[in-house]
Design a protein around this ligand. Sequence first.
Ligand code: UDP
Length: 281
Amino acid sequence: MDNLHTSTGQNIRPFADRPGFSFVEQDITVPLDIAAERIYNLACPASPVHYQSDPVRTVKTSVLGTINVLETARKYKSRILQASTSEIYGSPLVHPQPESYWGNVNPIGKRSCYDEGKRCAETLFYDYRRQFEVDIRVARIFNTYGPGMSFNDGRVIGNFILQALSGKDLTLYGDGSHTRSFCYVSDMVSGLINLMESDLCQPVNLGNPLEISMSRLAEEIITLTGSTSGVVYLPLPEDDPQRRNPDITLAKSDLGWTPAVALKAGLAETIRYFKKMAAGA
Ligand code: UDP
């Protein structure tokens, strides 16, 4: 199910003819009724540009939408996994971030519609578990990238690759010292499936623990694309976390999961994908 708010449906086209596959075009803020054994609730735009463009809708997706999917899970006794986020830690004061950290979140800033929406979604998951015994799993997903990602959603890896490929200067927000930790998409997918099939009901961080500054990321992408681009410094957006790095001790010990794809290899694959898309393939 997808309302195609931030995509065209192109990514699911290869599955369209597979036996057992079906697609419903619907917004999860509209009540739904699906008898599923497993539900992965991945709904909600994740790029700051997208989720801030209609903040009230973002909150509705994470709050009303989450109630709707939890209700259908409750009705059919489905196991349900919430795609939560590292954003629930806000601008963290603890590094790396363990699941026990309660976070440092601005409740009224531009990122709050996403951060507080996702925090409320976690609250709903645990209340549905306590009150109605719904079988829940909660993954806290850190920055993820790879083929299939949106082309123009303003996130850093997409921006830098597009800029490098077109010879434009890479837009570094702030002084380039702020960090993120990027997980390749195939690692994230295996982590989500592992968690879904495990007995772990507490929140679990999923992400790649390699922390990198945005200026270093810009250099990597310029080198990998063989670009002649430079960098240009622009103001840092409001409440942009200075550092983000997952503590994945729990995922390693209890899921036997650890990311396998190195940043260089993942970026090279993503650059290939962007080139193919730019060529209209
Ligand atoms: N960023 C940047 N240049 C860009 C886009 C993003 O320097 O063109 C920075 C942004 O300020 C943030 C980091 O890259 O510190 C990651 O941003 P992104 O929007 O990808 O995701 P976030 O982790 O902030 O949700």
